[in-house]
Design a protein around this ligand. Structure first.
Ligand SMILES: C[S@@+](CC[C@H](N)C(=O)[O-])C[C@H]1O[C@@H](n2cnc3c(N)ncnc32)[C@H](O)[C@@H]1O
Length: 230
């Protein structure tokens, strides 16, 4: 696991190409995965959400589309600064606020401030997940919901073999070609492989103090959606 500063440098280097690479490498499934995340998160009018590790803001947009108000936050300024223009263009700038310098392990928000907290493809990069979970519990209101969207472990043997080949050989090459940064897209499959699988993440969240932890697979487990309550 690289240190936080290295993670920031990596995302700063690819920020300008991050969106296009997401769409290309997922074959467009990324939009569907964000929509499923937003639906499962309970985002709706009248609710205030914190989107941690929001990057360029597509995860925040999915929450705002369901009517929630969203604080979109990240610790990499180069990623986060691309959000507000997108929010304006899509007509959601009155519902999403970008707030920088928020490390998931030390959130600059008051206790019990948010109805929901989401983190999409972010928790895998956090150095000390237990600290982050403690922060999530602190800033969530009583009965607030945590939603994690993250790459996971494919459940069908054929799909797993294909995905291993794709992520080991194809993804780093396309990533390097488009972003001009080979290391970020070599790190991506490595970080996915060393992240807990679906069931292990449930155990980790329960140990952290969350209750009613549930998960479902998207696209055969390439991505998993975990929900949990404070
Ligand atoms: C793969 S991007 C995900 C962006 C967005 N949520 C999405 O769905 O496209 C991961 C983001 O996590 C952020 N990140 C990694 N570690 C973090 C931490 N400890 N605190 C806050 N953000 C972090 C990175 O800066 C990066 O923008």
């Amino acid at each position: 696991m690289p240190e936080g500063r290295q993670v920031q440098q990596m995302f700063s280097a690819i920020a300008g190409k991050y969106d296009v690479l997401n769409h290309v490498l997922s074959g467009g499934a990324d939009f569907w995965w964000w929509r499923r995340m937003a639906r499962a998160s309970g985002a709706e009018p009248g609710k205030l959400f914190l989107d941690v590790a929001a990057g360029t803001g597509d995860s925040s947009l999915a929450l705002a589309r369901r009517g929630a108000e969203v604080v979109s936050t990240d610790f990499t300024h180069a990623m986060l600064r691309l959000g507000p223009d997108k929010f304006r263009r899509k007509g959601f700038s009155d519902r999403i606020w970008a707030s920088s310098d928020a490390d998931a392990q030390c959130l600059p928000f008051r206790d019990a401030s948010f109805d929901g907290l989401t983190i999409c493809y972010g928790i895998r990069n956090v150095e000390d997940r237990a600290r982050a979970y403690a922060e999530f519990l602190r800033v969530l209101r009583p009965s607030g919901q945590l939603t994690i969207l993250e790459f996971s472990t494919p459940v069908f043997p054929g799909l797993k073999a294909f995905y291993d080949w794709y992520s080991r050989w194809v993804l780093p090459r396309i990533g390097a070609r488009i972003s001009g940064d080979a290391s970020a897209y070599t790190y991506l499959p490595e970080s996915i492989r060393s992240f807990p699988d679906q069931r292990s993440l449930v155990v980790e969240l329960e140990a952290a103090g969350f209750r009613q932890v549930r998960w479902r697979n998207l696209t055969g487990g390439i991505v998993a959606l975990h929900t949990a309550w404070k």
